[in-house]
Design a protein around this ligand. Structure first.
Ligand SMILES: C[S@@+](CC[C@H](N)C(=O)[O-])C[C@H]1O[C@@H](n2cnc3c(N)ncnc32)[C@H](O)[C@@H]1O
Length: 311
């Protein structure tokens, strides 16, 4: 029976190639003149904390070099650079340290610069909010501190987390992963003065039809979603091309060893070794799941297939 874990030898070889190439890029960046300013000590804010280790990518201009090794997604950058404007930088400590995100930072594939909005606050109390014009419940984030925080980041793609934004999708993450540096603005209170949104934000994005306390969870979701698309972050980059939403369908059910657990066997076809049969079964499962669980996705998929059995 073929291993469900794939060939680790091939994976190791691929990772070694990626790492060797990354070392060459880092060397070249360290020698190159500093054409653009990254995060950390060279940040336009001065006060931001950068996730990037000093030595990781030299002083080069991150996120502008396409990665020639990324044959799956030509044109994707060497690393993703993200600025996060937040009242709670401490929120990001463990999530940026842990798991593959932490590893991506360590390896210089991801750089996250946290901009502490409180430092732009007014007066001794570093006030960031004020009462809404016209009355009503809650407070609104004032324009001036946000505009100050955004001023040095004009050239980045500025995204506001907001329940009123377009829903975050895989397509959005694909676009951002392939684009230039991102700035994620985390709202709090009742939200942000509309004049900031109208004149200093490129895009508003929502996690879904519910209201959270702030935009920080959304910023972390975006960072994870974007960074996992970069080559070398997940073990097998192909897995990011064959998962839910890639072709408009949800992923099929997954099973691993043992073949029988607690009296429950895995579907027999998966043990057959017949790859064509397995592929047919998987597609059928994906279609069935999507039809049952996500009529919205199914409608679009069926329209694209334009076949009688897709309806
Ligand atoms: C309490 S919410 C404000 C909700 C706002 N008064 C409304 O009714 O739409 C505070 C902040 O949390 C963030 N937030 C809350 N829910 C969100 C969601 N579903 N998607 C993205 N950001 C969200 C936004 O940054 C928002 O400005």
């Amino acid at each position: 029976m073929p291993s469900p874990h794939g060939s680790t030898v091939a994976l190791d070889a691929a990772l070694a190639t990626v790492n060797a190439w990354l070392s060459r890029v880092r060397g070249a960046l360290a020698r190159a003149p500093n054409r653009c300013r990254g995060a950390g000590s060279s940040s336009p804010h001065g006060e931001v904390a950068s996730s990037r280790p000093e030595s990781a990518v030299g002083s080069g201009c991150a996120n502008v070099l396409p990665n020639p090794l990324n044959t799956l997604r030509p044109g994707y950058p060497v690393l993703v650079q993200v600025h996060v404007i937040t009242m709670f930088p401490e929120f990001f400590g463990s999530p940026l340290d842990a798991s593959l995100v932490g590893k991506a930072i360590e390896r210089g594939l991801l750089d996250v610069a946290l901009v502490d909005l409180r430092e732009m606050g007014r007066g001794v109390h570093r006030q960031l909010d004020d009462a809404p014009f016209g009355g009503g419940a809650g407070m609104v984030m004032m324009a001036q501190p946000l505009i100050e925080a955004l001023a040095p980041l004009e050239s980045t793609h500025r995204v506001l987390l907001s329940p009123a934004g377009a829903q975050l999708t895989q397509a959005t993450l694909d676009r951002w992963a392939a684009g230039g540096p991102l700035t994620l603005i985390c709202g709090r209170y009742e939200g942000v003065d509309q004049r900031v949104i109208d004149h200093h934000i490129d895009e508003e994005v929502s996690l879904g039809d519910y209201v959270l306390l702030g935009g920080e969870v959304g910023a972390l979701a975006i960072i994870e979603g974007v960074v996992r698309l970069l080559p070398g972050v997940v073990g097998n980059p192909e897995s990011t091309l064959t998962e839910s939403f890639r072709d408009g369908l949800l992923e099929e059910p997954q099973y691993t060893r043992p073949a029988e657990f607690d009296g429950l066997p895995v579907p027999e076809v998966l043990l057959s070794g017949d790859h064509a049969k397995i592929a047919r079964w998987r597609l059928e499962q994906r279609r069935e799941r999507t039809r049952e669980r996500r009529p919205d996705l199914w409608r679009d998929y069926a329209a694209e297939q334009d076949g009688p059995d897709a309806r």
